[in-house]
Design a protein around this ligand. Sequence first.
Ligand code: PMP
Length: 396
Amino acid sequence: MLEVLPRLPDDPILGLAAACRADPNPNKVDLTVGIYMDEQGLCPVFEAVQQAQRQLIEQESSKAYIPPAGDAAFNTGIQQLVLGADSSALLAGRVSSVQTPGGCGALRIGAEIIQAARPNARVWVSDPTWPVHIPLLGSVGLRFESYRYYDAPSHGVDFEGMVADLKSAQRGDVVLLHGCCHNPCGADLELEQWAQIAEMAEQQGFLPFIDIAYQGLGDGLERDAAGLRLLVERLPELIVAASCSKNLGLYRERTGATLFIGQNSASAEALQSQALVAARRVYSMPPAHGALIAGRVLGDQALRQSWQNELESMCRRINTLRSDLRSKLEAAVDQDFSFIEREKGMFSFLGLSAEQAQRLRREHSVYMLDSSRINVAGINAANIDIVARSVAQVLG
Ligand code: PMP
């Protein structure tokens, strides 16, 4: 019976990364997959994570399941990290959460809850959005509508278009928003724009669902969450999918959380109970290792400080790379690349055609997606000139 299933094509992003690994050119550059890489081109383990992990290994006396909602210290830590320790929703007890397998698990649990509340609800997604949003939410039964977001000519947010499109979002609809560091375009909303979205949600009654996978990698932990927090302060209900893959470097440990902000503590509790039942039918129990580490890092003053310092230096490095890349490109090509500096987080669309992106791979071994999305953190002192020169050549 299984022979009916054909071989499916490889994931396009992972396929490109594999092609880069197989490329014998010593000057190849991999700007494909969204992982943070340091000057040496390695994805580092945070010092605080290493320390917490050593403590955990010394002290862990059992591999029995952790509770279905996950580690309590982790849940407290992630709620405070995302919402702010002084969040009025938190203080009012209107928040609950469940630990999930990464941000993807968090999105999936959020989708299950939406589907339970409003079967086949309409989810508004930005154009473009992270492509994985579609299967993650769609496989639950949710339907999609897209709203204008990225304006290619100006390399910024088409906020007028976004507002015009979201005027049609109604009570019972969900609007998926990127909390910060938009993937793939790097163009984020200003705080006043978040305020306007909050007002629309209040008036029209749609439910915001916020995916925050890069908190700390745009403008710092607090500023990256400011828009999301504004919505939390103003709205009665909200779902947040948070990931610790990037900001704690726990990618393979699959560490994330779905946060529910309810009308009151009873509804927050009800939502958590629904999430536990949803988790039970999807993967049962969350993985423990990453969340036990993250819970320690977030809850211990010294580890937390060490982690924040390291995260801040990563964030500074990304922003320095953004300005360096802009200068190098502008020196090589007569074009305005100031948008690279305005954008946030790891991603940027360079504005090349698919044909030009393919030529970069073929002729220069510089790997980026056909959309010309680059992972800025893949750039370093050793390859930045190669990148700028190669881009100049395909543009010229
Ligand atoms: N949302 C977005 C926008 C992402 O880019 C990612 C990771 N690439 C995630 C969610 C989830 O990541 P993970 O499941 O690895 O935590």
